[in-house]
Design a protein around this ligand. Structure first.
Ligand code: GLC
Ligand code: MG
Length: 248
């Protein structure tokens, strides 16, 4: 067996079926000890909300935590995000102006303060309102030369991020730091903010059986033999996919 880079989303991907998560965590921990496999969590949550989930669920300790939809990278339980990644995201990013643009839209309800981060501005937005608001907001940001990207997930969350930041770009940054090839990497997800883990990428991908419509629609429109749509939900689907690709 060879080491690999295991990258997974948390909510409704790794977390959601406690028994399956225990089994998967056990197998991953053994693989890490025996072969040096590296475990990366990539979540939309801030570090504060990650810690809350960890306290509730007792997650296996990752080697790297990517928080805030790819905007913050933490190694080995550190409290301080990698400053090199932060520096990369700061070019052309003007957070105050992004917030000012978003303030024009009454349908955007700010998320809690913990989820407002240096390189992430987050709102709640209904699917009905999203149809009109997303293109208008995108246009306004573009007119003001703000180089951003909009990521809509779970039919309710809107994240505005610097163009260079998303879960996929952060995965590349971590791969380079750890010296692990895309072809030895597998990424797992369930919702819209995970599309960046799968779009135009060489990594293996696992979509769990309970994935949201936004990700399933994208998957069907962009087929790729290196991407596996599991039958089982959450961690059970991850185990199924890892076995399918021969990682476990
Ligand atoms: C998590 C974060 C939230 C974000 C969402 C989707 O729920 O807490 O801020 O909008 O993921 O990325
Ligand atoms: Mg999720």
């Amino acid at each position: 067996m060879n080491p690999f880079l295991f990258v997974t989303d948390l909510d409704n991907t790794l977390v959601g079926d406690d028994a399956a998560m225990m089994e998967l965590s056990h197998q991953l921990e053994q693989h890490r000890r025996r072969y040096g496999t590296q475990i990366v969590y990539s979540t939309g949550r801030s570090l504060a909300l990650y810690r809350q989930l960890n306290a509730e669920k007792g997650l296996l300790t990752p080697d790297v935590l990517i928080a805030g939809v790819g905007t913050e990278v933490y190694y080995n339980g550190s409290d301080t995000p990698d400053p090199i990644w932060s520096e990369k995201l700061s070019y052309g990013w003007n957070r105050d102006e992004v917030v000012a643009c978003a303030a024009h839209f009454a349908d955007l309800t700010p998320q809690p303060d913990t989820e407002q981060r240096p390189f992430k501005v987050s709102y709640f937005l209904t699917t009905e309102a999203a149809v009109e608001v997303l293109p208008q907001l995108e246009k306004l940001l573009g007119d003001r030369h703000l180089d951003t990207q909009l990521i809509y997930s779970g039919s309710q969350d809107l994240d505005i991020l610097p163009r260079q930041a998303n879960k996929g770009r952060a995965m590349t940054f971590v791969q380079q730091n750890l010296g692990i090839a895309p072809t030895r990497t597998v990424a797992c997800g369930d919702s819209g903010n995970d599309i960046a883990l799968f779009a135009n990428r060489e990594e293996y991908g696992i979509i769990v059986g309970n994935a949201m419509a936004e990700l399933l629609e994208w998957h069907r429109a962009n087929p790729n033999p290196n991407r596996y749509l599991a039958k089982a939900n959450c961690a059970g689907g991850i185990l199924e996919g890892l076995q399918h690709f021969g990682f476990l």
